[in-house]
Design a protein around this ligand. Structure first.
Ligand code: UD1
Length: 416
């Protein structure tokens, strides 16, 4: 039966939360596990739908995987297939990350067009263009993509846009390809630097991730490793917003302040006191928030994955905010639902004008992962009871969000 959240608004959040590993770091790292026969152990991996689906894909390809709490172990020695399972691939966008590692390992890959959140067209042309530059012969027919990498070679690849997934895919395809591959205009997200850290822990020779130019020197083979992926900066940002909209106080142990500067700047502009230390990030909210303008961009700009949550905050601020979505062309799924809660939002193309005020509880639907998170934030601060439907989309990226919020003092329950 479909689950929903019932949230009674108006409780001030206060307390401490531990940060899990970043979903968007764990997913490409899991894909990269295909590049070695040895066992790989990954720590602090949250139990999320997307991560479990990636694990199922690895199993279908012949890998052995195991979860013990938040520790994931992958052994790809038995991997025998270069064909991605159709149904599972359609459950998550990151299934496309398997192309690079499959090509690295088998010099062949058969994949289907990936699924994922409905937040725009999300083409994969940059992935394909980059792989073609590496000498991969790619044929597309009937929704399937056949890749022949028997003539792969190092290359100089210029990305027309710094796509996160394309950067990661090309990096993974090049790791076991002789010679030096250079990726220019690479995405600079912290999760890409983390993928470099993981590949190098397995004996790879990648440098420059985090800057716009990545160099991958091909090696003959990789070995096993134990690795702890970086903390989730989007989960951290979402919880900071939860404290901000409820006039609360929160300390996030293990959060990386440097990785989320753009979000912290906006929370400070909204009037919150934010402190960063070695131990994590903490926030204290004055209760009355100021409006903020947000302009999403590739890292280090403001992350598109925090735009929805920031819109919820703006709905509660004292004044008018402007949010411009530059990364995805259709990422205002949450706006119509926020309006059901009494928000005053006008949208023109990629720009949303939000006039802040009060929100009231209503029955609303999470249309995608971060849109769902935005509704939960709105519900925490709204008058009365809100029911958020389609919780399975929120579960793709947040581990038992209702329990985390309840531990911080919220009234949030998961019901059937
Ligand atoms: C990753 C993140 C996602 C985040 C996004 C942008 C993971 C698992 N997901 O997604 O949470 O919202 O980065 O920070 O890490 N594009 C093309 N052609 C391509 C590839 C992308 O036109 O071949 C476009 C997309 O449609 C989009 C933009 O480039 O408009 C950014 O996409 P990209 O950086 O590739 O995002 P993902 O890797 O899909």
């Amino acid at each position: 039966m479909a689950e929903f959240f019932r949230i009674t608004g108006g409780r001030r959040l206060s307390g401490r939360a531990e940060m899990p590993a970043a979903k968007n770091a764990v997913l490409p790292i899991l894909a990269a596990c295909l590049l070695t026969d040895d066992a790989v152990a990954l720590d602090n991996c949250p139990l999320l739908e997307d991560i479990e689906n990636m694990r199922r894909i690895l199993e279908k390809l012949g890998c052995r995987t195991e979860r013990a709490g938040r520790r994931l172990t992958v052994r790809a020695a038995g991997a025998a297939s270069h064909e991605m399972p159709d149904a599972l691939s359609k459950t998550l966008r990151s299934s496309i990350f398997m192309m690079g590692p499959l090509l690295g390992r088998f010099r062949r890959a058969t994949v289907t067009y990936p699924g994922g959140c409905e937040i725009g067209l999300r083409p994969i042309d940059l992935h394909l263009k980059g792989l073609r530059a590496l000498g991969v012969d790619i044929r597309e027919a009937h929704g399937r993509i056949e890749c022949d990498g028997s003539h792969m070679r190092a290359a100089d690849v210029l990305l027309d846009f710094p796509s996160v997934g394309a950067t990661e895919n090309i990096m993974m395809a090049a790791v076991l390809t002789p010679g030096e591959t250079v990726i220019r205009n690479a995405a600079r997200e912290p999760e890409i630097a983390d993928l470099q850290g993981f590949v190098n822990a397995m004996g790879g020779r990648v440098s420059g991730a985090g800057s716009g130019i990545i160099r991958v020197r091909g090696v003959d083979s990789l070995h096993g490793a134990a690795y702890r992926p970086i903390p989730d900066r989007i989960t951290a940002g979402t919880l900071l917003c939860a404290a901000a909209v409820t006039g609360g106080e929160i300390a996030l142990s293990g959060a990386c302040g440097d990785c989320m500067d753009a979000v912290l700047v906006k929370l400070r502009e909204a009037g919150c006191a934010v402190e960063e230390s070695e131990a994590g990030v903490s926030l204290s909210s004055p209760g009355h928030l100021k409006p903020v303008d947000v302009f999403t961009q590739p890292y280090p700009g403001f992350p598109t994955d925090m735009q929805a949550q920031m819109m919820a905050l703006c709905c509660l601020a004292n004044g008018t905010s402007i949010l411009v979505e530059n990364v995805f062309e259709n990422r205002f799924n949450h706006a119509a639902q926020l309006v059901r809660m009494g928000a005053d939002i006008t949208i023109h193309h990629r720009t949303a004008v939000v006039r802040g005020g009060r929100l009231t509880g209503a029955r609303v639907q999470a249309k995608d992962l971060r849109a769902g998170a935005a509704l939960v934030l709105a519900a925490l601060a709204a008058d009365g009871v809100t029911e958020v439907e389609q919780v399975h989309l929120i579960d793709r990226g947040y581990e038992k969000l209702e329990e985390t919020l309840t531990a911080l003092g919220a009234s949030a329950r998961r019901l059937n």
